[in-house]
Design a protein around this ligand. Structure first.
Ligand code: NAI
Ligand code: NA
Length: 394
C-alpha cells in the first residue's frame, strides 16, 4: 500500500516500514562509526525495546557491544491495508540487521506488566541465553492492568496542589497559547505512581532473580527525567514526578535485593527528546523546541542514540559509575548546563506564535516527530507501494 502520515493531535496513526527501517539503520550506522564499547554488556534484556530510549539501548548493546538481545514491547502488528505501529517496523529492521551480523536477537510482543509476558521472557532466556547481565527498563505507558488484581490504572500528567498555567505550542500549526491544567486528586497521583513508578521494574527483577537468570555483577537501568524550572510544576513536581520519585527510590531497593549477586540498579536521568511519550505532554514540546535551538547552536544536541551511546561508554562501562547526590546517573548534563538553561529561559519569556519559527527549532521538533513514524526521510520514496505486512523475523 501507499502509506502517508495521518496525524491526529500528538499522534500519527500510520507508520512507514521503509522509513522506520531508515530510522533504525541510521542509529546502527551512528553506533558502528563510534566503535566498540570496552567491557560492554553481553546478554541484554530491554523492556520497552521498540522505540525511543529503549530501542537506542538495544541498538547500542547489539552494535556497540556485540550483545545478544531480547526485546519486550507492546506494538500493534500490521493488517491488510493497515500499517503496524512504528515499534513493530523498527523491530523488523533491527532484527534483520542483527541477524545479518550474526547477532542473537529475539523479541516478545505483549504487555510487560503481565505475569504471562514475564514468564515467557524467563522461558526464552532459559532456553537461549541462560543469563542476563544488563536489564534496561524503558517502559512508557499511559495505563497498567495490575498483574495480580487485573485492576486498571491510568496515569495522568497534572500538577499537584495548584493550578498550572503556562505557555504551550501546537507543534503542527506553531500556535503558542496558554494552557491551564487543574491539579490532580490524590487518587490520580497514586494511579500514576502505579503505572510509571518502580513497582513493575522491581517485579521484573524479582522474578528474573528468583528464576536464577541474572548473572553476577548484573546491572539494571531505568530512565528518569528532571528538567527545567518552567516544566517543574507539571513534570517533576506533578503526578508524573511522583512516579519518577518512586522509580528512583526503587533503584535503591532493587540494589539491596541484588547485593548477594553483586548486582546494581541505577536510574539514569536522560535528556528531553521527541518521542511518542513526550509529545503527549503539554508544555514539553515548546520546551523541547527551544532546547533544541539552544543545544544545536552550542553544538551539544543529541538524539536518543547519542544519549545512550554516551551513557554506555562514559557512565555505565568505564569503571566506577558516576552519580549525583541522589545516586542518579546524569546524562542530561548537557541539557542542564547553566548556559543552555539560561538561553532557553530567556527564549521562553519571549516566544510567541509570531516569532516561534525564528527563535525555536520547531522544524527540528516536527521533523523528529514525523521520523518517529518513518516519515520525512529523503531516501524514502513515499509515493511507492510498500508491503505493510512485514513480520518480525524472530
Ligand atoms: P517511547 O514511547 O518511545 O517507548 C516506550 C516503550 O515502551 C515502547 O517500546 C513501547 O512498546 C513500550 N511499552 C509501552 N507500554 C508497554 C506495555 N504495557 N508492555 C510492554 N511494552 C510497553 O518512550 P520513551 O520516551 O523512550 O520513554 C522511555 C523511558 O524514558 C520512560 O521512562 C520515560 O519517562 C523516560 N524518559 C523519556 C524522556 C523523553 O524526553 N522522551 C526523557 C527522560 C526520560
Ligand atoms: Na523506550
Amino acid at each position: 500500500m501507499i502509506i502517508k502520515p495521518r496525524v491526529r493531535g500528538f499522534i500519527c496513526l500510520t507508520a512507514h516500514p521503509e522509513g522506520c527501517e531508515k530510522n533504525v539503520t541510521d542509529q546502527i550506522d551512528f553506533t558502528r562509526l563510534k566503535g566498540k564499547i570496552a567491557d560492554g554488556p553481553k546478554n541484554v534484556l530491554v523492556i520497552g525495546a521498540s522505540t525511543g530510549f529503549g530501542l537506542a539501548s538495544r541498538i547500542v548493546s547489539a552494535f556497540g557491544s556485540d550483545s545478544s538481545t531480547i526485546g519486550v514491547f507492546f506494538e500493534k502488528p500490521p493488517m491488510e491495508g493497515k500499517p503496524a505501529t512504528p515499534g513493530w517496523y523498527n523491530t523488523v529492521a533491527f532484527e534483520k540487521e542483527a541477524h545479518e551480523k550474526g547477532l542473537y536477537a529475539k523479541s516478545i510482543n505483549g504487555d510487560a506488566f503481565s505475569n504471562e509476558i514475564k514468564q515467557k521472557t524467563i522461558d526464552l532466556i532459559k532456553s537461549d541465553l541462560k543469563k542476563i547481565d544488563l536489564v534496561i527498563y524503558s517502559l512508557a505507558s499511559p495505563r497498567k492492568v495490575h498483574p495480580d488484581t487485573q485492576q486498571v490504572y491510568n496515569s495522568v500528567i497534572k500538577p499537584i496542589g495548584k493550578t498550572f498555567e503556562n505557555k504551550t505550542v501546537d507543534f503542527h500549526s506553531g500556535t503558542v497559547s496558554n494552557v491551564v491544567i487543574e491539579p490532580c486528586t490524590e487518587e490520580e497521583v497514586n494511579n500514576t505512581v502505579e503505572v510509571m513508578g518502580g513497582d513493575d521494574w522491581e517485579r521484573w527483577i524479582d522474578i528474573l532473580k528468583k528464576e536464577d537468570v541474572l548473572s553476577s555483577e548484573c546491572l539494571t537501568i531505568a530512565y528518569s527525567y528532571v528538567g527545567p524550572e518552567v516544566t517543574t510544576p507539571i513534570y517533576r513536581n506533578g503526578s508524573i514526578g511522583r512516579a519518577k520519585d518512586h522509580l528512583e527510590q526503587s533503584a535503591f531497593k532493587i540494589s539491596e535485593k541484588l547485593k548477594d549477586i553483586d548486582g546494581k540498579a541505577y536510574v539514569s536521568v536522560n535528556k528531553a527528546l521527541v518521542t511518542q511519550a513526550s509529545s503527549a505532554i503539554p508544555v514539553i514540546p515548546l520546551y523541547i523546541s527551544l532546547l533544541y535551538k539552544a543545544m544545536k547552536e552550542e553544538g551539544v544536541h543529541e538524539g536518543c542514540i547519542e544519549q545512550i551511546y554516551r551513557l554506555f561508554e562514559t557512565k555505565l562501562f568505564s569503571g566506577e559509575i558516576p552519580t549525583d547526590e541522589k545516586g542518579r546517573i546524569r546524562i542530561d548534563d548537557w541539557e542542564m548546563r547553566p548556559d543552555i538553561q539560561a538561553k532557553v529561559s530567556q527564549l521562553w519569556d519571549k516566544v510567541t506564535t509570531e516569532n516561534i519559527g525564528e527563535i525555536a527549532d520547531l522544524e527540528g521538533y516536527r521533523n523528529d516527530f514525523f521520523k518517529l513514524f518513518g516519515f520525512g526521510y529523503d531516501a524514502v520514496d513515499y509515493d511507492v507501494d510498500v508491503n505493510e505486512l512485514q513480520e518480525i523475523p524472530g
